[in-house]
Design a protein around this ligand. Structure first.
Ligand code: ADP
Ligand code: GN1
Ligand code: MG
Length: 355
C-alpha cells in the first residue's frame, strides 16, 4: 500500500508543525494501525484506531486525555494528543477514525528483553504508573472494553469458538485445546477475589507488555508508558502478570521454535524487583501472594485469546500470516505451563523482595 497517498490528506487535517514528507507503518502493535508521520519539522505517530475493539471513541479519547493531563500536570512524561485543525481530539473520515500523538524521540520499544536491567526499569515504571493512577479520579473513566481480564468469561468465549469451529481449524490444535480445557479450574481466582473484596479493585493499565513502554535509548530507563487504550478498573495482578507474560520469556511472543521458548525466573526476579519496589507501600499481602498466579493467569488467558481468534478466523489481533495466532498461542501455553511449575520459587522471590 502507498501509505503516503492513502493517509496524507488525513494527516494534514491535524495541527502538525511543518509539511508532511512521509508516512509509513510503524511498530508491532496488534490492535491499531500505527503510522509514523514525518514532516519537515518533526515526527508524529498517527493511529487509525480499531473501532471494532474500541467502539466508543469519544469515551476512549476522553480517558486518554484525562489520564495524560493528570500525568503532565505532575511533570511526568506521557503521550501528547495533537488535536485536529478544527480543535477535535480525533478525526473521522471515509478511511476510519484517527488520532495523532507527538513522537517521543530518543526512545526504543523492545519486542523481547535484551537486558535484565532494562526489564527491571520497566517494572519500576509500570509500578510507578500504578501509583499515579491510584491518585486519579476513577469515576471520570469509561470502561473501553467490558470484562477485559475476566478470564472465566474469556474461557466461555473460547468454548463457543471451539463449538462453532467455523473455519475447521480445531483439528490442527488438539494439544492447545486440551491444555485450555484441562486448566478450567484455575481461571477464577482473580475475578472471585475482586468480587468478594479480598483483592482490591484499582485503576490499572491492563496491557503492560514491554512494547507498550518507551525506554530511553541512551540510559535504558523508562521514559513513558504508552498504549493507554485499556486503562480501566482492574487488578494489580493483571499489570504485573502481563509484563511477565511477555518479558520473562526467552523468546518472542511469536517464536515458531518452541524449544527456544522458556520462562526465565531471573527475568521474573528482575521485573519483580522493579515493580514491587515501586508499589511496596500499596500492595496488599493477598496481592503479593498472588503475583505468581497473576503471571500464570495473564499468560494462559492470552494463549486462550490467541486460540479463540485462530478458531474464529483471525478477526481480532492483527496477523502477518495464516497461523500467526496459533504460533502465538503455542508460546503462551508453553510459558503458562512453565510458570505454573515455578509458583513456589516465584513466591519465595516475591517474599524476599518485599521483606
Ligand atoms: P497498539 O494498540 O496497536 O499496540 P500502540 O499504541 O501500542 O498500538 O503503538 C504501537 C507501537 O508504536 C508501540 O509499541 C511503539 O513502538 C510505537 N509508538 C506508539 N506511540 C508512540 C509515540 N508517541 N512515540 C514513539 N513511539 C510510539
Ligand atoms: C494486544 O495492543 P497491543 O498489541 O499492545 C492486546 C492485549 C494482548 C496483546 C498480546 C486491546 O496488545 O490485550 O495481551 O495484544 N490489546 C487489546 O500481545 O486487546
Ligand atoms: Mg501496544
Amino acid at each position: 500500500m502507498d501509505y503516503m497517498k492513502e493517509f496524507k490528506a488525513t494527516a494534514e487535517k491535524f495541527a502538525l508543525l511543518g509539511n508532511v514528507i512521509s508516512i509509513e507503518p510503524y511498530g508491532e502493535g496488534h490492535i491499531n494501525l500505527t503510522l509514523l508521520v514525518t514532516t519537515d519539522e518533526k515526527r508524529y505517530i498517527m493511529q487509525k484506531m480499531n473501532t471494532n475493539v474500541f467502539p466508543d471513541t469519544v469515551g476512549l479519547m476522553a480517558n486518554i486525555c484525562g489520564v495524560t493531563e493528570h500525568l503532565r500536570a505532575r511533570g511526568i512524561e506521557t503521550l501528547c494528543v495533537i488535536p485536529t485543525k478544527a480543535g477535535e481530539r480525533y478525526l473521522v473520515n471515509e478511511l476510519g477514525s484517527f488520532r495523532v500523538y507527538d513522537f517521543i524521540e530518543n526512545t526504543v520499544t523492545y519486542q523481547k528483553v535484551t537486558d535484565k536491567e532494562v526489564f527491571k526499569n520497566s517494572g519500576a515504571a509500570f509500578g510507578e504508573f500504578q501509583n499515579y493512577l491510584a491518585e486519579f479520579d476513577a469515576s471520570v473513566l469509561t470502561e473501553p472494553i467490558k470484562r477485559f481480564h475476566d478470564t472465566p468469561n474469556r474461557f466461555e468465549n473460547f468454548k463457543k469458538a471451539l463449538e462453532a469451529d467455523a473455519f475447521g481449524r480445531a483439528k490442527e490444535c488438539a494439544p492447545e485445546i486440551e491444555f485450555v480445557l484441562s486448566h478450567a479450574d484455575t481461571y477464577g481466582t482473580a475475578m472471585e477475589g475482586l468480587a468478594d473484596g479480598t483483592i482490591p479493585l484499582r485503576v490499572t493499565h491492563n496491557d503492560t507488555k514491554l512494547n507498550n513502554i518507551l525506554m530511553d535509548e541512551a540510559s535504558g530507563k523508562a521514559r513513558a508508558v504508552i498504549d493507554l487504550d485499556t486503562i480501566m478498573p482492574g487488578s494489580m495482578l493483571f499489570d504485573f502478570g502481563d509484563s511477565i507474560r511477555f518479558g520473562a520469556s526467552t523468546a518472542a511472543e511469536d517464536e515458531k521454535d518452541l524449544t527456544k521458548v522458556h520462562f526465565d525466573i531471573e527475568l521474573f526476579r528482575a521485573y519483580a524487583e522493579g515493580y514491587c519496589g515501586a508499589v511496596k507501600d500499596s500492595i496488599t499481602a493477598r496481592e503479593a501472594e498472588l503475583l505468581p498466579y497473576g503471571a500464570y493467569l495473564m499468560t494462559v488467558e492470552c494463549g486462550m485469546r490467541f486460540l479463540t481468534d485462530y478458531l474464529s478466523g483471525d478477526t481480532y489481533f492483527a496477523t502477518k500470516y495464516e497461523g500467526h495466532n496459533l504460533v502465538r498461542c503455542r508460546t503462551q501455553l508453553k510459558l503458562a505451563g512453565e510458570i505454573e511449575a515455578s509458583f513456589a520459587e516465584m513466591g519465595e522471590i516475591v517474599k524476599e523482595i518485599l521483606a
